[in-house]
Design a protein around this ligand. Sequence first.
Ligand code: AHG
Ligand code: MN
Ligand code: MN
Length: 283
Amino acid sequence: MEDIIDAIKEIAHRIDEAIKMEDLGYSDSSNSSGEDQLKLDVQSDLIIENTFAKVKSIKNLVSEEKEGLHHLNDEGKYTICYDPLDGSSLVDVNLSVGSIFGIYEGELKGENLVASAYVVYGPRIEMLIASRDNKPILYCTRRNHFQKIGEVTLDQKGKLNAPGGTQMNWEVKHKTLIDSLFSEGYRLRYSGGMVPDLHQLLLKGGGLFSYPATSDTPNGKLRQLFEVIPFALMYEQAGGQAIDANGNRLMELIPSHPHDTSPCFFGSNYEIEALKKAYNITR
Ligand code: AHG
Ligand code: MN
Ligand code: MN
């Protein structure tokens, strides 16, 4: 696993440089989710593919920006599912964006996630790594080198509310929940970038991040293999919860297609319990 983490550190520096130096325009292609691709989406994907190709323990790759499985090494052990540039539409307004990595062993489903990592490209490059047997570990760059900062833990109850999706397309029960948190004094913290939004909650003690089923995205928008499940591990290992609209753990998702999405809720225990009540989830 160390070889993969070292590769992710190299990827982080190379994508950060591309963000600062390269063209921010759109390419003439779209990805498997039908989204227009920025040249940076495509370039970040290439940087990741070329860097991981040197790592012998990686068998296959699945990318947000490509269809299907990309085979690397017959004797590899892991399949890495990744979002090369998350929130890429925010680059041209100079907001933070990220990369997300899910490291799976065997069939691509939640219970086979071995570890996850994400990188935040902001004023500094920061990275969080989670595995099943310890709390997420935060790394920050100082003078361009990653330094281990320490473990990340969510409080039982947070102060931040990050409501995703188009509000006019929310179900009534979801609107009631979000409004109830604001009436308790929660602060709105939502940039439209999953990585910086979930990173902020993790580092500021917690709250609720929600991307529900909406009338325009009935299965949610966020992709299971390389957005939802990697963050579910982060939040559970940090002492919080990560569930879908039926109260199932997102770590138990079994996608039928690599680009399947899921409604998703990540947060501290108090807020997730409030969500279960609003959604009449009794488990
Ligand atoms: P990506 O740029 O990889 O397609 O991801 C964008 C996602 C995610 O970063 C964010 O949480 C979500 O889009 C925001 O969607 P809305 O603008 O619909 O809230
Ligand atoms: Mn994304
Ligand atoms: Mn992306």
